[in-house]
Design a protein around this ligand. Structure first.
Ligand code: ZN
Ligand code: ZN
Length: 412
């Protein structure tokens, strides 16, 4: 085969899919917004719809990204903790276990009053995490790192740890729970976790940052509540599986974590690429195109549509779609000839649901010289008429690999 190998840019617009919304005359944000650039790619490429995990399954962003990268989340997914920890730079050793944590507010009886401590963020969280540095419980190192806003990660390092423990986080405004072992081998770990929660309260409750917050009428972040414990997965690195130098361009810790765990290089981005609704998508696309000079495969995640979906803000989601379309316009104007590009989402986050749904997401793939199908618009309905049909998340990379002339022939 003489064809030149192409590179692949996979753009995952987080939570982009939606359902008919009353505020938009029962259209989705993608249907209700003019997207000339996305539509250009749909007109000149192939489209379809994608169940990132399986039809009707409501994916988390983490499991969806695993599936898109070709892994079976049911095999490799060991809880969000390890992925989030990796995403904020807590790279584990074998035997470590990790938890996601919230900075929360409790009263003196350990009743949760605010699960996010008034959505506390840096610099307050930075100070509080510093106060928890160097913690050792029963010979186990407890390493805390701050995540975005009220989030943090906890990594336990020591002998004979097990992630099979229940969450101290009550996931509600209720009393902090005692972590219980789910199996005999986890008794020690549950004890460590319970001591950690108590210790975090002791260290944080009278911390100057919290005294100041109380004086300002803000909820103090006086406890860390771990949840979703997991051990680190044994994942065959994506770059080796596919023989492609691979990187990820993302602003959100969890996505960086997933990609990092899968062996992608996690690239540093300018501060304007925030992972929020104020992120500069075009600048992010610029970074992704720049990275493709060095890498064969880049996954770019834009978190903003998901944030709008969770907030139930259909109008803002339309604005975000508009700005994402501008980003697509930038790519269209600066399109490298040897590129296969994919526009898709990891799941739908309907504004009417304010959470993820199992609806399939639109997907459009474009590279010069491919077969052009009859789909003409990039939306949940517009893509459904395309020749890709209805696929799963793990089909995406193989389809792109083939279009990129990177697959081995199967048979003679
Ligand atoms: Zn997501
Ligand atoms: Zn979400």
């Amino acid at each position: 085969m003489s064809s030149q190998k192409k590179k692949i840019l996979l753009i995952v617009m987080d939570g982009l899919g939606d359902r008919g919304n009353e505020d938009l005359d029962w259209q989705t944000p993608l249907q209700a917004t003019k997207t000339p650039n996305f539509d250009w790619f749909a007109k000149n490429g192939m489209s379809g719809i994608c169940d990132t995990i399986a039809p009707g399954v409501r994916p988390g962003s983490d499991t969806a990204h695993l599936s898109i990268l070709g892994y079976n989340p049911r095999e490799v997914y060991t809880g969000r903790g390890p992925f989030e920890a990796a995403g904020i730079g807590l790279i584990s050793k074998k035997g470590d276990i990790a938890f996601r944590c919230n900075f929360a507010t409790v009263d003196e009886k350990m009743n949760v009053i605010d699960r996010r401590a008034g959505r506390i963020r840096e610099p307050d969280t930075t100070e509080l995490v510093k106060a928890l540095e160097g913690l050792t419980i029963d010979g186990v190192q407890a390493i805390v790192r701050e995540g975005t806003e009220h989030r943090a990660a906890l990594l336990l390092r020591g002998p004979e740890l097990s992630p099979e423990v229940t969450d101290p986080d009550p996931h509600d405004l209720a009393e902090v729970l005692e972590s219980k072992p789910k199996c005999a081998g986890a008794v020690f770990t549950a004890g460590v976790i319970n001591k950690f929660v108590k210790k975090s309260y002791e260290v944080l409750k009278d911390h100057p940052v919290n005294k100041r917050r109380i004086a300002e009428g803000l909820p103090p972040a006086n406890v860390l509540l771990p949840r979703g414990g997991g051990s680190f997965p044994n994942i065959e690195p994506f770059p080796e599986v596919h023989n492609m130098r691979s990187a990820c361009v993302a602003g959100v810790g969890m996505i960086k974590g997933i990609c990092g765990v899968c062996g992608l290089d996690v690239l540093d981005l300018p501060p304007q690429c925030t992972g929020g609704t104020d992120s500069d998508f075009t600048l992010k696309a610029k970074c992704a195109l720049e990275a493709l000079k060095k890498y064969d495969f880049v996954l770019m995640n834009c978190k903003a549509p998901d944030v709008c979906g969770h907030d139930g803000n259909a109008k803002l989601k339309c604005e975000i779609v508009q700005r994402l379309d501008d980003m697509a316009g930038y790519i269209r104007d600066n399109f490298p000839k040897d590129l296969v590009i994919v526009f898709t989402a990891d799941h739908s986050t309907p504004c009417s649901l304010m959470d993820h749904s199992g609806d399939p997401v639109p997907i459009t793939i474009y590279t010069p010289g491919m077969v052009i199908d009859s789909a003409t618009s990039f939306s949940e309905s517009g893509c459904a008429s395309g020749s890709i049909g209805r696929i799963r998340g793990f089909d995406i990379v193989p389809i792109c690999m083939d279009l990129a002339n990177r697959t081995e022939k199967y048979g003679a």
